[in-house]
Design a protein around this ligand. Structure first.
Ligand SMILES: Nc1ncnc2c1ncn2[C@@H]1O[C@H](COP(=O)(O)OP(=O)(O)O)[C@@H](O)[C@H]1O
Ligand SMILES: [Mg+2]
Length: 291
């Protein structure tokens, strides 16, 4: 066999290795939280969009939920507002909520939709208001027994899956901005990991995958943890080894697993094609959280 034939054979082998996974996941729903570097750098954005389109063409049904914190902060500053965070939550007054809707539901959401479409996917963007997808209530946060007002930061009360089901029936890839509504016409800013987890449970997804800017979860010596049991994750939170934005991710995985989602992963969005590597290789990457 010459060199060229050898290379062709390697390509064929890669495809054949993916066969068991393709067969296993055919027709299954994957909920993917998209954020961090994968949302900023052009080559990573492109790789992500290609992965989503590829998954879709081999029969997996992806639902993308995105964040967009840095862009919201950037716009707030342009408009003369200083972003403020309490326990990782953005303090969201009415004006800030308008900025959140503009940036998340407008700019970022449509950018992702366009990116997926440009690679041959059929994507549609929505916020939690569309089709009544995400009904929310105001998040109550107590610090030292005292209630702290975060403004329009919400918690999910109900997920109405009808709109997602309709879109999937017609082979659309939904891209969801984490904005909820209540019956009084208020909008709420909701943590995107939490939204992804709730949608994964309501849609009985096979996998919940959270893309972030680190390799996964690290222990107190900074060593990467490939597999982590929920009880150990909760202990690491109580010991402050897991903190900040990693906390909602752990709870998102816990909630998903308890709600019947088969697998949950926190993966490194800085690695190109991290989604494909996670899904189609035995070892996987990142941290898998298990019950
Ligand atoms: N034990 C831990 N292992 C890894 N990351 C951690 C840990 N504890 C806290 N973090 C922090 O959590 C961050 C991820 O959350 P966040 O900043 O909200 O990212 P995203 O935009 O992906 O939601 C990491 O960048 C890291 O700074
Ligand atoms: Mg976060």
């Amino acid at each position: 066999m010459n060199n060229f034939e050898q290379q062709l054979l390697e390509k064929a082998n890669i495809l054949v290795e993916a066969l068991p996974y393709i067969r296993k996941f055919y027709g299954k729903i994957f909920v993917i939280k998209y954020g961090g570097a994968a949302q900023k750098e052009l080559h990573l954005k492109d790789a992500f969009a290609k992965d989503i389109v590829l998954l879709n063409f081999i029969g997996i049904k992806p639902i993308v939920v995105h964040g967009g914190g840095p862009k919201i902060s950037e716009m707030m500053k342009k408009l003369g507002k200083e972003p403020q965070f309490i326990h990782g939550h953005r303090v969201t007054d009415r004006e800030t909520m308008e900025i959140v809707e503009m940036i998340l539901g407008g700019v970022i959401n449509k950018e992702i939709v366009q990116l997926i479409n440009s690679h041959g996917g059929k994507s549609i963007g929505l916020t939690g208001k569309d089709g009544n997808l995400l009904r929310a209530i105001k998040k109550r946060l107590k610090i030292n027994e005292e209630e702290t007002d975060l403004g329009y930061v919400g918690e999910i009360e109900q997920v109405s899956t009808e709109i997602l089901e309709s879109l999937q029936k017609d082979s659309f890839i939904p891209v969801v901005a984490p904005i909820g509504f209540d019956k009084n016409g208020n909008s709420y800013n909701i943590n995107a990991d939490t939204v992804a987890s709730n949608i994964a449970v309501s849609m009985q997804a096979e996998k919940l995958i959270l893309l972030t800017d680190v390799k996964g979860i690290s222990d107190d010596s900074g060593n990467h943890i490939p597999t982590l049991k929920v009880e150990d994750a909760l202990r690491l939170i109580s010991e402050n080894t897991i903190s900040g934005g990693m906390i909602p991710k752990v709870y998102a995985c816990l909630n998903a697993l308890k709600g019947g989602v088969k697998k949950t992963h926190i993966i490194d969005g800085r690695v190109p094609h991290s989604l494909l590597l996670e899904i189609f290789t035995k070892k996987g990457i990142g941290t898998e959280i298990i019950l």
